[in-house]
Design a protein around this ligand. Structure first.
Ligand code: HEM
Ligand code: HEM
Length: 186
C-alpha cells in the first residue's frame, strides 16, 4: 500500500498544469470564494455596511470576469495534464462536469450580476471607477436578478463539491492531486 502511494506521488509530481494555468486557478479560486463570502455577509449586515460590501462584491465579480476570460483563452491552447495512474471512469466524468460547470458559472454570474445592477439606484463602480450600466429593461434586470440568485447557490455547492473532492484525493487517497496545481514547480 505504501509503495503504491509513493508510486502515485512520484508520478503525479511529473504531471502538472503549466505555471500560468495554476496561477490563474488560485487567483480565480481566491476571488470567487471572497465574492461569495462577501455577498453572504452583505445579506446579514446592516444597511451601510451591507451597501459597502455589495460595492466590493460587484468589483470582485467584474474582476473575476476579466480574469476568467484570460484563463479560458489560455486553457484553449493548454490542455490539462494526463493523470499518472488510471482514474476510474466515473471520477473522470464527474470532474469533467464539475470543472466545465465552474467555468460556465464564472462567466454566467458576472454577466447576470452586471445585468441586475441596472435596476439599482446606485452607480455601478469597479473599485471606485464608474462604469456604464447595461441598457436593458427592468424585466430583463429582474430576470437576471433571479438567475443570479439561484446560479450563485449552484456555484456554492459546486465549489463545496470541488474542494471536498480535491481534499479527499490529497488526504484520503494520498495521491497528491493538489501538486498538479502547484504554480511554483519546475
Ligand atoms: C480552495 C480550494 C481549491 C482546491 C484545493 C482546488 C484544487 C484543484 C485541483 C487539484 C485541480 C486539478 C484537478 C485535476 O487535476 O483533475 C483543480 C481544477 C480546477 N479548479 Fe480548483 N481548487 C480549489 C478551488 C477552486 C475554486 C473556488 C474554483 C472556481 C470557482 C476552482 C475551479 C477549478 C477549475 C475550473 C478546474 C479545472 C482546471 C482545468 O482543467 O481547466 N477551484 N482545482
Ligand atoms: C463569479 C462572480 C460572482 C459570484 C460567485 C457571485 C455570487 C453572489 C452570491 C452568492 C450572492 C448572494 C445571493 C443570495 O443572497 O441569495 C450574490 C448577490 C449579488 N450579486 Fe453577485 N456574484 C458574482 C458576480 C457579481 C457581479 C459581477 C455583480 C455586479 C456587477 C454582482 C452583483 C450582485 C448583487 C447586486 C447581489 C445582491 C443580490 C440582489 O440584489 O439580488 N455579482 N452574488
Amino acid at each position: 500500500m505504501e509503495a503504491r502511494s509513493l508510486e502515485r506521488t512520484d508520478a503525479d509530481i511529473r504531471n502538472r498544469y503549466d505555471t500560468l494555468s495554476a496561477a490563474l486557478h488560485w487567483l480565480t479560486a481566491g476571488l470567487v470564494i471572497s465574492a461569495i463570502v462577501i455577498a453572504l455577509w452583505a445579506d446579514r449586515a446592516g444597511r451601510d455596511l451591507g451597501l459597502q460590501l455589495i460595492f466590493l462584491h460587484k468589483s470582485l465579480g467584474l474582476t473575476i470576469f476579466a480574469v476568467v476570460v484570460v484563463r479560458i483563452g489560455w486553457r484553449l491552447f493548454h490542455r490539462a495534464p494526463p493523470y499518472s495512474l488510471p482514474l476510474p471512469m466515473w471520477q473522470r466524468i464527474v470532474s469533467w462536469i464539475v470543472h466545465y460547470s465552474l467555468y460556465a458559472l464564472m462567466l454566467a454570474l458576472p454577466i447576470t450580476g452586471y445585468l441586475l445592477s441596472t435596476k439599482s439606484m446606485f452607480p455601478l463602480e469597479w473599485f471606485g471607477n464608474e462604469i456604464p450600466k447595461a441598457p436593458v429593461s427592468d424585466e430583463t434586470a429582474e430576470a437576471a436578478d433571479a438567475a443570479h440568485g439561484w446560479l450563485s447557490w449552484v456555484a456554492i455547492w459546486m465549489v463545496v463539491l470541488h474542494v471536498s473532492a480535491a481534499l479527499w484525493h490529497q488526504f484520503g487517497m494520498r495521491d497528491r492531486l493538489i501538486a498538479r496545481m502547484n504554480p511554483f514547480s519546475t
